[in-house]
Design a binder for this molecule. Structure first.
Ligand code: S3P
Length: 445
């Protein structure tokens, strides 16, 4: 299937200064949500800047299989003709989400309140990832798992609820996917569905629901949490969506520009949502030069251009409470930490173990094999930076796009080239990554 059919080995070599402007592709989280929520509106949602990566394209296919009309009219320009809340039709074949946990889990939530049955499946990486975190709340809402072994892993056959029940749900893990799945299921339920999270996670679902005229309120809960209440059975009204550039993709050229001496790069239109900016906060604590230029607002989200200049970094301690705001950025932060002077301690990384790979183990292995001293202590990752990285090794990417891109960024600044065994999964989130880095004068091939 799709990207995993052909392995693509890629090598990165020490490069001269990186220079130029780059708009990385659209935000993955917002792109999935634009398609799914667009499919639940009554009318036509116009989307610009949609990420056309494999993960999002699989969500588009799923929306079509469930009865929405989803059309591409140009580069990143898409239109979704919705079927209305709870209006999905039963798909003829299994829904294949490829490598995408977000697509799969959000659609499970959206389907949970519809009286139809569907099979959810994905690639070998997605088949290893836990689904109980989604199935638990949606079973409370009234959905049923019909799979022979009602297990925690894909493939899962799910029957949506005929009469969905509004629930109050405290998320047991800090996860925007779990929160979003409950809210999407709650759309079909009468009355109020509430999600309580102890640590605030990315809030694109809440913002987009409000953008589509749903009644949703967000109150603080404890020191870092939120209490989110959605009134069910709204008529979602289409509104245009402009997808900003993905800060989780911008992270790769951003760190590359910090590490390659003499570099100056501008990353345009980058999403500034405060629940996504943990990496830039941490890098600035490490001494990075990152300027935020021209802050503006579009479609309920803030964006800006980021000017990044290379310079020395020092080790820091990254608190566990920051993890939800930078959960996808630890592999690339670990690369920055390896080039810093001193030790960086990243605390509270339990959730990294259930990403596209066991990212805690894969990140440590990526660094070790390239001559960096790393420890894993419980759920903490400790990188002993020495101001530079020997490199020279082949990195196992384990079907994980972010491990692949992190390793290649490391190779642009290390003494010896760094290769990855398979860069094909980069297309799930950042199609054109190699070409974009080459355009900045990075030596990738
Ligand atoms: C995402 C949430 C995060 C993140 C993923 C995208 C989302 O996962 O890792 O890449 O769009 O909701 P968790 O919710 O499992 O932390």
């Amino acid at each position: 299937m799709s990207v995993s059919d052909h392995k693509i080995a890629i090598t990165a070599r020490r490069s001269g200064p990186l220079q130029g402007r780059l708009r990385v592709p659209g935000d993955k989280s917002i792109s999935h949500r634009a398609l799914i929520l667009g499919a639940l509106t009554v009318g036509r949602t116009l989307i610009t800047g949609l990420l056309e990566g494999e993960d999002v394209l699989n969500t588009a296919k799923a929306m079509r299989a469930l009865g929405a009309q989803v059309k591409r009219s140009g580069n990143g320009a898409w239109a979704v003709e919705g079927v209305g809340v709870a209006g999905f039709a039963e798909p003829e074949a299994a829904l294949d989400f490829g490598n995408s946990g977000t697509g799969c889990r959000l659609v499970m939530g959206a389907l949970a309140g519809c009286p139809i049955t569907a099979t959810f499946d994905g690639d070998a990486s997605l088949r290893r990832r836990p689904m109980k975190r989604i199935l638990d709340p949606i079973l409370q809402i009234g959905a049923c798992v019909e799979t022979a072994e009602a297990g925690d892993r894909l493939p899962v056959r799910l029957a949506g609820a005929r009469d969905p029940i509004p629930i109050i749900y405290r998320t047991p893990v800090p996860s925007a996917q779990v929160k979003s799945a409950v809210l999407l299921a709650g759309l079909a339920a009468p009355g109020q569905t509430t999600v309580i999270e102890a640590e605030a996670s990315r809030d694109h679902t809440e913002r987009m629901l409000a953008h589509f005229s749903a009644e949703i309120s967000v109150e603080p809960e404890g020191a870092h949490g939120r209490w989110i209440t959605l009134t069910g059975q709204p008529e979602l009204v289409p509104a245009p969506i402009v997808v900003p550039a993905d800060p989780s993709s911008a992270a790769f050229p951003l760190v590359a520009a910090l590490l390659v001496p003499g570099s100056e790069v501008i990353l345009t239109d980058t999403l500034l949502n405060p629940l996504r900016t943990g990496l830039t906060t941490t890098l600035m604590e490490m001494g990075a030069s990152i300027e935020t230029l021209g802050i503006r607002s579009e479609g309920g989200e803030e964006l800006a251009d980021l000017r990044v200049r290379s310079g020395a970094l020092r080790g820091v301690e990254v608190p566990a409470a920051r993890a939800p705001a930078m959960i996808d950025e630890y592999p690339i932060l670990a690369v920055a930490a390896a080039f810093a002077e001193g030790t960086t301690v990243m605390r509270g990384l339990t959730e990294l173990r259930v990403k596209e790979s066991d990212r805690l183990a894969a990140t440590a292995a990526m660094l070790r094999v390239n001559g960096v001293a790393v420890d894993i202590d419980g759920d903490d990752l400790i990188v002993h930076g020495r101001g530079g990285v020997p490199g020279g090794a082949l990195v196992a990417t384990h079907m994980d796009h972010r491990i692949a891109m992190s390793a290649l960024v490391m190779g642009l600044a290390s003494e010896h080239p760094v290769a990855v065994d398979d860069g094909s999964f980069i297309a799930t989130s950042f199609p054109g990554f190699v070409e974009a880095m080459r355009a900045l004068r990075g030596e990738l091939g």
